[in-house]
Design a binder for this molecule. Structure first.
Ligand SMILES: [Fe+2]
Length: 263
């Protein structure tokens, strides 16, 4: 298993505030069978901005600490880049990619993806980057219209879901949205988005639920095979499996039933 999203590089963003705390979390990851983790620190102008060399120094110190403590877990570079003007320049200047790939993780305003979201994303795609939208289920606009995920995917944007969302840690609406995305095959990756605030564990619990509710194959794809494609810089398929009748179909059926009764 590979965790594609966590804030366990210490003292760089609002995630882990010490190497010791990071190590504790990483031990739990290692014990649970996670082989690799992308340490996707926030990158946002005015709030979390740093030079790539500072990030790399911290990453290598953490890699050394893991090895000294006998962990097998491999740590990889990653960044959760806030979509804003100059995003392309920041990415190019600092090489804000995941591992050695062309994949980049982006986030936006949780109140809703901005109207001009694609104006920022298309130039990235044209440059050959492969954007992954972090925790898509947490955006108000997607909670209101989960089917919008299809537009994102249709425009070559991958969808990442937080394990905590599937467990209800961000509220009921986020939980429902996460499951809609999962059940319709509108999610490509699962990440913990761990900030070292509680012991690492939601990732494993969410995979258990997914195994029970969907199937082992989907869990394998989203937790292991697709993240491995990031490490190998191979193209993850945008459309990978048809899981169940689409959300739009069941939504239409519900509406027509309602009409039959009341009109
Ligand atoms: Fe995050």
């Amino acid at each position: 298993m590979i965790d594609v999203h966590c804030h366990l590089l210490p003292q760089i963003d609002d995630g882990s505030d010490s190497a010791e705390k990071s190590l504790q979390q990483m031990k739990l990851m290692d014990d649970g069978g996670i082989t690799d983790a992308f340490l996707t620190s926030h990158f946002m102008r005015g709030l979390y901005k740093y030079d790539r060399s500072d990030y790399d120094e911290k990453l290598s110190a953490m890699q050394t600490k893991c090895a000294e403590n006998g962990l097998k877990l491999h740590l990889h570079a990653g960044f959760e880049i806030f979509v804003q003007p100059n995003i392309l320049a920041d990415i190019e200047k600092n090489n804000l990619v995941m591992g050695n790939s062309r994949y980049i993780m982006v986030e936006s305003d949780l109140n809703g993806l901005p109207e001009d979201f694609y104006n920022y994303i298309f130039p990235l795609l044209r440059k050959g980057y492969k954007p992954i939208l972090a925790h898509a289920e947490r955006y108000v606009s997607i909670m209101k219209h989960p089917r919008d995920a299809r537009h994102l995917i249709g425009n070559n944007i991958y969808i990442q879901i937080n394990s905590g969302s599937l467990l209800g840690q961000y509220g009921e609406k986020v939980r429902q949205t996460a499951w809609i995305l999962m059940r319709n095959g509108w999610a490509h990756l699962i990440g913990s988005d761990d900030h070292a605030r509680v012991p690492y564990g939601s990732y494993f619990k969410a995979l258990e639920l997914l195994r029970d509710d969907l199937d082992e194959h989907v869990v394998e794809l989203l937790s292991t095979e697709f993240p491995q494609m990031i490490l190998d810089n191979k193209p993850i398929p945008y459309k990978y499996v048809y899981i169940q009748p689409s959300y739009s179909h069941s939504h239409r059926r519900k509406k027509s039933l309602w009409r039959r009764i009341f009109h």
